[in-house]
Design a binder for this molecule. Structure first.
Ligand code: PLP
Length: 395
């Protein structure tokens, strides 16, 4: 057998794989499976953005660009931060990458050594713990349950930070819960973070646009400007502009950290796609009114799905602030079903009994729940909710 690196063993295969594989199997066997597992908008990329990419190809923008991004895109990102967040970054404080995922990976690789700790609130996006493990660090998971709207408290944060903590990850609005921290909540977390000056904050803002709170979007640096010098803000065009396949994300933060991330990227992938960068300029600089209708559709579907879920036996779901995910507590349903002992088993059971594919909460570090992506048509959602209700029963 070929010997693989120890690092590969550190990372566990995704717990969503079993469900995805089972769903694919069932589909192949002719079953009409509704997949509510997707982590991406179901909309097409807006026309003017695609047109800018085609124009870039025709204009010969098909070569390597600067590792950290084209001057045009970095300018558009600077303007976006000024316009939407009131944040000012110099060009050397910005790095364009192949998706926000690579931005985060670069950040973890740039900051983490063996034995370092990364504080990760759960439920979390599946990649944070494994990225920490790949970098040789230890994930420190802080659980925030449904009763606290899946948001960690300042006391929990305080208790999780040790002298090994290098990074605290904050993701708002959150995948998988749809919850967003308010500005006041960020201020309270900021008070704790101020006491630990060596800790770097990773603010994952990828769902910024998909939000419907009255207060509007905030992140840790908008709430606590004094933390700017040790916060790296990660964002991208994937979710808000329906551009997941284009692979453009970006990071903004202290120049030395961004410089280190750029060095890592220069020895792994170099620049993100020149064509996708041109498209992203059009996304960030162009007509922002393309976002509204998508958010409106997500919100309508959210309202529908949450209402239907709460009418099912053993299921309870809080109202979300944004994203395109609901994270219902299904512990009552698990208890009521013979032979289904946890959320992973429930996911398998639902594929078979309801022909609906969902991701179990265990994948996100908080069992007893399921993640439902409502980035699909209302027709699909109606069918899926009818089927789930058929299994769980009505309240
Ligand atoms: N962060 C979170 C919370 C996400 O849900 C995702 C995508 O699923 C990403 C980052 C990565 O996004 P990108 O497609 O830009 O790599």
């Amino acid at each position: 057998d070929i010997q693989l690196a120890e690092r590969v063993q550190r990372v566990k295969p995704s717990p969503t794989m079993a469900v995805t594989a089972r769903a694919a199997e069932m589909r192949a066997a002719g079953h009409d499976i509704i997949g509510l597992g997707a982590g991406e908008p179901d909309f097409d990329t807006p026309e003017h953005i695609s047109a800018a990419a085609i124009e870039a190809i025709r204009a010969g923008q098909t070569r390597y660009t600067a590792v950290d991004g084209t001057p045009a895109l970095k300018k558009a990102i600077q303007a976006k931060f000024e316009r939407d967040n009131g944040l000012h970054y110099e060009a050397n404080q910005i790095l364009v990458s192949s998706g926000a995922k690579q931005s985060l990976y670069n950040l973890f690789m740039a900051l983490l050594d063996e034995g370092d700790e990364v504080v990760i609130p759960a439920p979390y996006w599946v990649s944070y713990p494994d990225m920490a493990l790949l970098a040789g660090a230890t994930p420190v998971v802080v659980e925030a349950d449904q009763s606290q709207r899946f948001k960690i408290t300042p006391d929990q944060l305080d208790a999780a930070i040790t002298d090994r903590t290098r990074i605290v990850v904050l993701n708002s609005p959150s995948n998988p819960t749809g919850s967003a921290y308010s500005r006041a909540e960020f201020e309270a977390l900021g008070e704790v973070l101020r006491r630990y000056p060596d800790v770097v904050i990773a603010s994952d803002d990828i769902y910024e646009e998909i939000l419907w709170t009255d207060e509007g979007f905030a992140n840790i640096v908008m709430a606590c400007p004094d933390l700017t010098e040790r916060t790296v803000v990660v964002n991208g065009v994937s979710k808000g502009y329906a551009m997941t396949g284009w692979r453009i994300g970006y990071a903004a933060g202290p120049a030395p950290v961004i410089g280190a991330m750029k060095k890592i990227q220069s020895q792994s992938t170099s620049n993100a796609s020149s064509i996708s960068q041109a498209a992203s300029v059009a996304a960030l600089d162009g007509d922002q009114s393309v976002i509204g209708p998508m958010v409106k559709a997500f919100r309508e579907r959210h309202d529908y799905v949450v209402e239907r879920l709460n009418a099912m036996q053993g299921v309870s779901c809080i109202v979300g602030d944004g994203t395109f995910y609901a994270y219902p507590n299904v512990s009552g349903a698990i208890a009521a079903l013979d032979g289904v002992e946890n959320d992973t088993a429930l996911a398998e059971y639902l594929i078979g009994e309801a022909n609906v594919a969902l991701v179990p909460g265990t994948a996100f570090g908080l069992p007893g729940h399921m993640r439902i992506s409502y980035a699909t048509s209302m027709e699909n959602l109606e069918k899926a909710m009818d089927r789930l209700e058929g299994v769980f029963g009505r309240v």
